[in-house]
Design a protein around this ligand. Structure first.
Ligand SMILES: NC(=O)c1ccc[n+]([C@@H]2O[C@H](COP(=O)([O-])OP(=O)(O)OC[C@H]3O[C@@H](n4cnc5c(N)ncnc54)[C@H](OP(=O)(O)O)[C@@H]3O)[C@@H](O)[C@H]2O)c1
Length: 308
């Protein structure tokens, strides 16, 4: 049996679908069973628990051969954060997995995870990676770039819903985007292919596109018009400081926007792709057409998160 923590999320849902398609018994950890409603009828076992609750995790990992962590606290609204979810939650999951004699732990981290990165998320993912490497578990670490599907919601969806969107900063920095669907294939591959044990796999997509180009592609593929504004970087830096006092989630997102606009974000994913030629390489225009282009102009196509 494979336990997927984060199996209700954008990536995790795709992972559990692939694992089920390959005949695996899958258990999904969620804080609230209702978040797994879209998995109903797929023969996936749902177990409730929070990664901050070690007792719940001991129950969740019982009998698991493999544990996959696809959790994140970056977008946590109230009491969560990268420190409490990505670092401490993963630490708990790793501990519970070790105690239970789990054979293999797959950690979904993030590209550029490092101890001194300006973003808390990257520092906390790095801490989780270190924790996993220091455990006696057999491990694989996946480090993806930014998900096209996530950013279609952030940058594209407002064009459809409100007729306008805002790009963070100048929007002229090349950024690597990868489809969460392709990342899910990497996670599934890591689960089955023993050659990935002990590997850190950096996963990127085929294109480095600026945020402005990202929005252009979205507009072309959906036929949406709408206004595209910019939030000046100086204003974002100020807002991040103010928001950190009242709305840490928003502060994190604004700070990430500054980082994406100002630090190198391009990535040449061709070496990883050459090593794993069976994994699809999906472009942004394909993702937008797949998820949004059902009715151009007014398209509100639903993201293809639901299991097949
Ligand atoms: N989105 C990106 O651009 C991106 C880029 C690189 C790497 N990643 C990584 O890819 C993975 C998946 O990201 P995503 O964007 O697909 O995530 P997502 O859709 O936001 O889903 C997050 C998942 O984390 C779970 N979770 C959050 N707090 C939890 C807690 N306290 N206890 C138990 N589960 C908790 C949620 O489960 P419930 O809500 O059901 O409890 C949910 O399934 C994450 O590890 C993320 O860091 C994401």
């Amino acid at each position: 049996m494979i336990l997927v923590a984060g199996g209700t999320g954008r990536l995790g849902t795709r992972v559990v679908t692939l694992l089920r398609q390959r005949g695996q018994n899958v258990r999904v950890l969620t804080r609230d069973r209702s978040r797994a409603a879209h998995l109903a009828g797929t023969h996936i076992e749902i177990v409730e628990g929070d990664v901050r609750d070690l007792a719940a995790l001991r129950h969740a990992v019982a009998g698991a051969r493999t544990v996959i962590s696809a959790i994140q606290g970056f977008a946590a609204t109230k009491d969560g954060s990268p420190a409490t979810i990505d670092r401490d939650g993963n630490r708990n999951l790793i501990l519970a997995a070790r105690e239970a004699g789990v054979e293999h732990f797959v950690l979904v981290s993030v590209k550029d995870a490092s101890p001194d990165h300006p973003a808390e998320l990257m520092r906390m993912k790095h801490a989780a990676e270190q924790e996993l490497k220091a455990s006696r578990l057999t491990w694989t670490i996946i480090r993806p770039t930014a998900y096209m599907e996530t950013w279609c919601e952030v940058l594209g969806r407002p064009l459809l819903d409100k007729g306008k969107t805002k790009v963070f900063g100048r929007g002229s920095n090349p950024i690597n985007w990868v489809s969460a669907a392709d990342v899910a294939e990497f996670v599934a591959l890591a689960t089955f292919d023993p050659a990935t044990r002990g590997e850190v796999i950096e996963v990127g997509g085929p294109e480095n596109l600026t945020m402005t180009t990202f929005v252009d592609v979205f507009r072309q593929q959906t036929g949406s018009r709408g206004n595209v504004g910019h939030v000046p970087t100086v204003a974002m830096r100020l807002m991040a400081v103010v928001m950190s006092l009242v709305n840490p989630e928003m502060a994190r997102q604004i700070q990430m926007g500054v980082i994406m606009d100002t630090r190198p974000q391009a990535f040449d994913a061709s070496e990883t792709r050459r090593r794993y030629p069976s994994i699809p390489v999906t472009n942004l225009d394909e993702v937008v057409r797949r998820d949004f282009a059902a009715a151009p102009g007014t398209a509100h196509g639903s993201p293809s998160d639901a299991p097949a």
